[in-house]
Design a protein around this ligand. Structure first.
Ligand code: F6P
Length: 336
């Protein structure tokens, strides 16, 4: 059996560990042949591929980014490197010509949607959920999330000492796209006093009251963790907008930090390395069993899979009844 593997969308820690998990299991356990496809779906359009041996998979476990390269190529949308052709048809033809019996797609929500469409067209597809945002429906956790939360938590920890020394409010913006998972988990782990996520509406008055109450209790500094996707005036970044509004509301000197791509770079945490390895291995097992059109998922502590058709187009978002939100509110943390 000859399988192709690609990584698509934004990179994150754990992709290389997943590639290693898929390919080592395929080559060493199942005796499959593995073809690495470069730059996501772009490589399927241009046949930009390489053949993997066990040796090409060394040194990947703790390596950040993706050794295959990635792109945001969307084959079912116009544009990209090959624009004037029927891109899905060209990909089907290339998959046939390269003799691929299955394609493993490692990616976020956009990739899962594309993978579902190809699966519906009869391509043998198995996918693995990858994103720091943790917003993929059908899996409890996607790999990359734990690493991003760990980096963001470290950044918040560092803001405490400078905030307290200057008696300032520090606003830190973390990624997450339309979801607030990174803000919620890093905000709670980092001891944020205010945590703003796109899913829960906020009022500057409430945030200001929380900060002024802290001042009255002898706590002259506060940490505000905001997700990049929260509602703003539409002109400023989340951190800048909240910092300006909070300073105006409270009269306390306020500074902002945007953590940015640091959250996506570097080595995966041990949790993500193991999750990637387990998910990668399970993807290969699905192929060996002929179970196509499925996304690997973590459910509780077990690895399983779910039909791509069931998850494509859905977003997993933070809800008000999440136990971290409830517990945070009980302890006096302002969620808006
Ligand atoms: O999906 C991961 C993510 O890092 C989001 O958190 C962020 O909104 C987006 O990608 C940034 O995308 P780009 O790499 O295209 O700037």
């Amino acid at each position: 059996m000859r399988i192709g593997i690609l990584t698509s969308g934004g990179d994150c820690p754990g992709i290389n560990a997943t590639i290693r998990g898929v390919c080592k299991t395929a080559i060493n356990y199942y005796g499959m042949e593995v073809i690495g496809i470069h730059s996501g779906f772009q490589g399927l359009l241009t046949k930009d591929v390489e053949s993997f041996t066990d040796k090409s998979l060394s040194g990947l476990l703790n390596l950040g980014g993706t050794m295959l390269g990635t792109s945001r190529e969307k084959p079912f949308k116009k544009g990209g490197v090959v624009s004037d052709v029927d891109k899905p048809a060209l990909i089907l033809q290339n998959i046939r010509e390269m003799g691929l019996d299955c394609v493993v797609c490692i990616g976020g929500n956009g990739t899962q949607k594309t993978a579902a469409k190809f699966a519906a067209m009869g391509v043998n597809i198995v996918s693995v959920p990858k994103t720091i945002d943790n917003d993929i429906w059908g899996t409890d956790i996607s790999f990359g999330f734990d690493s991003a939360v760990s980096i963001a938590t470290d950044a918040i920890d560092r803001l405490h000492s400078t905030a307290s020394s200057h008696k300032r409010v520090m606003v830190i913006e973390v990624m997450g796209h339309k979801a607030g998972w990174i803000a919620l988990y890093s905000g709670m782990a980092g001891g944020g006093d205010v945590i703003l996520v796109p899913e829960i509406p906020y009022s500057i008055k409430n945030i200001g009251n929380t900060i002024l109450e802290r001042l009255k209790k002898g706590k002259p500094y506060s940490i505000v963790v905001v997700a990049e996707g929260i509602q703003t005036d539409g002109r400023k970044r989340a951190a800048e907008y909240i910092a300006q509004e909070v300073e105006y509301e409270t009269g306390i000197e306020t500074r902002e930090t945007v953590l940015g791509y640091i959250q996506r770079g570097g080595s995966p945490t041990p949790f993500d390395r193991n999750l990637s390895t387990r998910m990668g291995g399970h993807a290969t097992e699905l192929i060996a069993n002929g179970e196509f059109g499925r996304m690997v998922a973590l459910k509780g502590d077990g690895i399983s899979s779910i039909p791509l058709a069931e998850i494509a187009g859905k977003l997993k978002l933070v809800t008000e009844d999440h136990d971290l939100v409830i517990q945070g509110r009980r302890m006096g943390i302002c969620f808006g």
